[in-house]
Write a new protein. Structure first.
Length: 269
């Protein structure tokens, strides 16, 4: 938010300081300013040709240009999940990746369990396949029955126009549960685009991998630092049912009990 001020009553009175400038900003932009955020007033410094923080004791005594800058403050992400506001994203779990991706068999098993859970809980599923002409379709072990969208892509991120349109058709979407390959490429770029659109992202650590465990480890660390939630399949499924009395609890519990022993992938987080 920016405007020029003049040392005359029609704009800002001569000798006006910080408080009067704030009042002026509120009179001009009050309906656009989130008053729960912190902000700072900056002055355009001609000698530097850039904005600087308003000097201490500043008073308007000549024509100048000032702006109000909202501060980017970190807000704790709670990570609550409910089936009605959640969508699952299954990213590029394709046949040609099988020999190259570490622990691929394990993430296939976990991915299938997540998709079974999504069907039980009525959660929409969006699936992408990276250049399937060259890399093959989604592996046969993963049942895509009932998926809302199965889409080929060449872009690394899953956030394609078709995906955005599909999300727009689902009322109240707040959370995306994301899994697949590769952690440091398609998963990372998808997650960053999604949070840039105001969605909360949960990455399932035991259902995502890369060719290199180093790439995977640093991608998960970077994503966690941005406020993305790095979690596990069991945590996701039990958070979605939330209560032993949930009508689908027994079926979800059976999915978890039927899971294979931990492979060691989680020790590589």
């Amino acid at each position: 938010f920016c405007f020029s001020v003049f040392a005359r009553p029609s704009s800002v009175p001569h000798g006006a300081g910080y408080e009067l400038l704030i009042q002026k900003f509120l009179s001009l932009y009050g309906d656009q300013i989130d008053m729960h955020r912190k902000f700072v007033v900056q002055l355009f410094a001609e000698e530097w040709s850039q904005y600087i923080d308003l000097p201490k004791g500043f008073l308007v005594n000549e024509r100048c240009k000032v702006r109000l800058v909202p501060l980017q403050i970190q807000i704790t992400t709670l990570g609550n999940l409910t089936p009605s506001s959640t969508v699952f994203f299954c990213c590029d779990m394709q046949e040609r990746f099988r020999p190259a991706i570490k622990y691929f068999g394990d993430i296939i098993s976990v991915g299938q369990r997540l998709l079974q859970g999504a069907r039980l809980l009525g959660i929409p599923v969006i699936v992408t396949e990276q250049y399937p002409k060259g890399l093959g379709s989604t592996v046969q072990e993963i049942d895509l029955t009932g998926a809302k969208l199965v889409l080929p892509k060449t872009k690394f991120s899953m956030v394609l126009p078709e995906v955005e349109a599909a999300l727009a058709e689902i009322p109240g979407v707040r959370s995306i549960v994301l899994f697949g390959v590769e952690t440091h490429v398609c998963i990372q770029q998808t997650a960053l685009e999604l949070i840039g659109r105001g969605l909360e992202v949960h990455i399932v650590a035991d259902a995502t991998s890369s060719r290199s465990m180093m790439d995977r480890m640093f991608a998960l660390e970077r994503l966690a630092r941005t406020g993305i939630i790095v979690t596990t399949s069991e945590a996701i499924l039990l958070q979605l049912v939330a209560d032993k009395e949930h009508p689908k609890f027994k079926e979800i519990q059976n999915l978890i009990k039927a899971s294979a022993p931990e492979s060691g992938l989680l020790s590589k987080v």
